[in-house]
Design a protein around this ligand. Structure first.
Ligand SMILES: *[C@@H]1O[C@H](CO)[C@@H](O)[C@H](O)[C@H]1NC(C)=O
Ligand SMILES: *[C@@H]1O[C@H](CO)[C@@H](O)[C@H](O)[C@H]1NC(C)=O
Ligand SMILES: *[C@@H]1O[C@H](CO)[C@@H](O)[C@H](O)[C@H]1NC(C)=O
Ligand SMILES: *[C@@H]1O[C@H](CO)[C@@H](O)[C@H](O)[C@H]1NC(C)=O
Ligand SMILES: *[C@@H]1O[C@H](CO)[C@@H](O)[C@H](O)[C@H]1NC(C)=O
Ligand SMILES: *[C@@H]1O[C@H](CO)[C@@H](O)[C@H](O)[C@H]1NC(C)=O
Length: 434
């Protein structure tokens, strides 16, 4: 009896396996470790085998290889019919369908660009089908390709002109020292909420203040001041109800609230939905936010997690923006643009920025900015995502001062170009420079 050696190489992965065997009756009999065929699985066609023996007749070796092929077919079957792959392929197909839908809407403005995208989607579809057939694929690479394609399609869809040109300006370069510092008008124990001025150019410039009660989680009123002096002096304010109580289905959850066009935009009580309450008409609208993590699934964290910050609303000149994260995007930030009046989502971009690695975000002219904690008294803008170009910048370093460690809300006001922060129980404002 002689020893023999079978060398198996999986072409797709470059993995090789040496299998010692025994020469019996002019055959090399080997036991093959099937773990070489674990994900990503390769078809046996893509495996080369070489039997190293002495004085063995070639036909016998060939016959044995055939035998091995037959036996490995079963492994291949198990691999391709595995639930894991099928599920993910289905998700990829769904994503492709969404992109295709988005392109069909784009078609009207720029047929040439749309055709280009359609070609790319059709190539991607072909590749996904090939994955089904061959069971050799890199899920991550494909997902990345689709994310990139999706962002480019979103960017090229119809958007108001000033969204793209006049206001899409340079990246933020500096933030002043706080020009307003004041405790909220309720209590030092109200460490979560939001404040600012109406972000719409056509609205009256009024200050608003919204504090969360019930474990810093819910709220149902918003306080207005017509004058800066009144705001600073906690007087002549008006409390507007958003919902009958803080446990009502239309109550506010979390500190992502924003005021635009005399309308409060916020996360609806205990739901992955956005609510809008128009103070002029006293009407509430809601819209579902597909896949958004809520209830501290994807809060803002960085240094320590801030409860009930899963969904952050922002506003610029002519749109309301919502910042959230989904499992589908691996907990990374997803950015959707809302039509404020219809309250429907017009665009959605997916970033590579892990939401839990950020303390807060704000939007300026279609550019998303993210900040991180430096220390109790210092915060830093470190990231920007430009929805006009789809570009991500990770290398910013624009520091600004705080009076306490935690940030419940940060929002930029396009009218007065100031940044508003709810810093534990303190209300701060800053000038910005571009
Ligand atoms: C080897 O071949 C002989 C005769 O062909 C047979 O009797 C024997 O069982 C074989 N041994 C093995 C291990 O296959
Ligand atoms: C099969 O190979 C894997 C890694 O290549 C190894 O971890 C495992 O122990 C092997 N199993 C057997 C039964 O040799
Ligand atoms: C392959 O070899 C195994 C054991 O060596 C044997 O039981 C089986 O019948 C063979 N299959 C074919 C298709 O030759
Ligand atoms: C940025 O703002 C800070 C605070 O107002 C100021 O001290 C600093 O000089 C500014 N830096 C630049 C480069 O303008
Ligand atoms: C709020 O209602 C007023 C009055 O109907 C309307 O003019 C305004 O556009 C509404 N705003 C939003 C954001 O729905
Ligand atoms: C938003 O809603 C309006 C009115 O319901 C509709 O005409 C429009 O097509 C919607 N837009 C999107 C992007 O769904």
């Amino acid at each position: 009896m002689f020893l023999c050696l079978l060398l198996l190489t999986v072409i797709a992965t470059g993995q090789a396996q040496k299998v010692p065997g025994q020469l019996k009756n002019d055959s090399c009999v080997c036991k093959i470790n099937s773990s070489i065929w674990t994900f990503p699985a390769a078809r046996f066609i893509e495996v080369t085998a070489q039997v190293l023996t002495q004085n063995v007749e070639l036909p016998k070796v060939k016959a044995n290889l055939k035998n091995i092929t037959a036996r490995l077919k079963r492994f291949e079957y198990l691999q391709t019919s595995g639930l894991y792959n099928a599920l993910h392929l289905r998700q990829l197909n769904q994503e492709l369908q969404i992109i295709q839908h988005a392109i069909s809407e784009t078609h009207m403005d720029n047929p040439k660009e749309a055709q280009h995208f359609l070609d790319e989607v059709s190539q991607a579809k072909h590749d996904v089908e090939k994955m089904y057939k061959d069971d050799t694929f890199n899920l991550e690479t494909m997902k990345k390709r689709l994310r990139n394609l999706n962002n480019r399609v979103q960017t090229s869809r119809t958007v108001p002109n000033d969204f793209r040109s006049s206001c899409h300006q340079r990246i933020i370069t500096n933030i002043s020292s706080p020009i307003v510092t004041k405790l909220n008008s309720f209590s030092k124990s109200y460490i979560s909420g939001a404040w600012g001025q109406d972000a719409s150019l056509t609205s009256n410039q009024i200050y608003w203040e919204h504090c969360l009660v019930s474990g810093n989680k819910h709220g149902n009123t918003i306080r207005f001041y017509k004058l800066y002096e009144d705001f600073m002096g906690n007087k002549n304010y008006k409390d507007e109800p958003i919902a009958p109580s803080y446990s009502d289905k239309n109550a506010v959850q979390g500190s992502g609230t924003i005021l635009y066009d005399n309308t409060v935009f916020y996360q609806c009580y205990s739901k992955a939905e956005i609510c809008s309450f128009n103070i002029t008409t006293k009407t509430t609208k809601r819209i579902n936010l597909d896949g958004a993590g809520i209830d501290n699934k994807f809060p803002f964290c960085y240094y320590s997690c801030r409860d009930w910050t899963d969904i952050d609303l922002e506003a610029d000149q002519d749109a309301v923006w919502v910042i959230y994260a989904t499992e589908e995007n691996h907990g990374n930030i997803v950015l959707s643009r809302l039509d404020p009046v219809e309250l429907n989502i017009t665009h959605t971009w997916k970033t590579h920025l892990f939401k839990r690695s950020v303390t807060s975000t704000f939007m300026v002219c279609g550019v998303l900015y993210a900040t991180r904690y430096v220390n109790t008294y210092k915060e830093e803008v470190f990231y920007a995502f430009d929805t006009v170009t789809g570009q991500e910048i990770n290398t910013l370093s624009v520091p600004f001062e705080k009076v306490a460690a935690g940030i419940a809300n940060l929002n930029y006001n396009p009218v007065d170009r100031k940044l508003y922060m709810y810093n534990d129980a303190y209300l701060l404002a800053y000038d910005t420079f571009f």
